[in-house]
Design a protein around this ligand. Structure first.
Ligand code: HQG
Length: 186
């Protein structure tokens, strides 16, 4: 059994290499962002960050945002979202609920309303299905402000929206016309 600090530390290592810097430990993400579990464990061991298969299983099951997914056979693993390396997650576009939410820090709101939501370092703009999650995401960037996204209108305008295995909504960009700041955020 891993302790909480160990779970967090391993989780951060996995996020880093499965989303941002696979090549730092000699890995290449395959189609869909998948890597063989055996390759991942060998690469981590080779770079002084050894974990056992059982520990990997424990971290994947524990992760509060279910950030990592095994394929059905359990031989491959990937991060469900949040990548900054070029990767095609091979997700199919899904019809979104009428409204989605984006949480951000108060100081970026003006820029977002002017330019729309941009993906910055990540591969997609991340949207949440509920206000509470959006607020928690926003709080990582200062005083949180929740912005409503008219997902229904985006879909009608042929924008493609995707949902990751762990329920995060992903889109290329959101133009300002589809954005509205939640009144109670102000
Ligand atoms: C902001 C976490 C100025 C955007 C969470 C955000 C999420 C703009 C920041 C996931 C802008 C990017 C993603 C514009 C967007 N002008 N600022 N035009 N457009 N921004 O971390 O959405 O822990 O890349 O509002 O749960 O905060 O990684 O994205 O503040 O799902 O698993 O640019 O990260 O998941 O920041 O978070 P991020 P995010 P994990």
């Amino acid at each position: 059994m891993l302790t909480n600090p160990q779970l967090i530390r391993i989780s951060k290592t996995l996020s880093y290499h499965l989303r941002r810097r696979p090549n730092a430990i000699g890995l290449t993400l395959g189609p869909g962002g998948w890597v063989a579990v055996d390759d991942l464990l060998a690469a981590l061991a080779h770079h002084g960050k050894p974990i056992t298969h059982a520990e990997l299983d424990e971290v994947v099951a524990w992760n509060p945002k279910q950030r990592f997914t095994f394929d059905p056979g359990g031989t491959r693993i990937r991060a469900s979202q949040g990548h900054s390396v070029a990767v095609d997650l091979e997700l199919a576009p899904v019809d979104p609920p009428a409204t989605l939410y984006h949480g951000t820090g108060a100081r970026t709101v003006a820029s977002i309303l002017r330019e729309g939501l941009r993906k910055q370092q990540r591969h997609h703009v991340h949207l949440s299905a509920d206000v509470a999650t959006a607020r928690a995401v926003g709080a990582r960037h200062g005083r949180p402000v929740v912005i409503q996204v008219d997902a229904e209108a985006m879909r009608a305008a042929e924008h493609l929206l995707y949902r990751s295995a762990n329920g995060v909504w992903l889109v290329d960009a959101v133009p300002p016309a589809f954005l509205q700041v939640q009144e109670e955020s102000l």
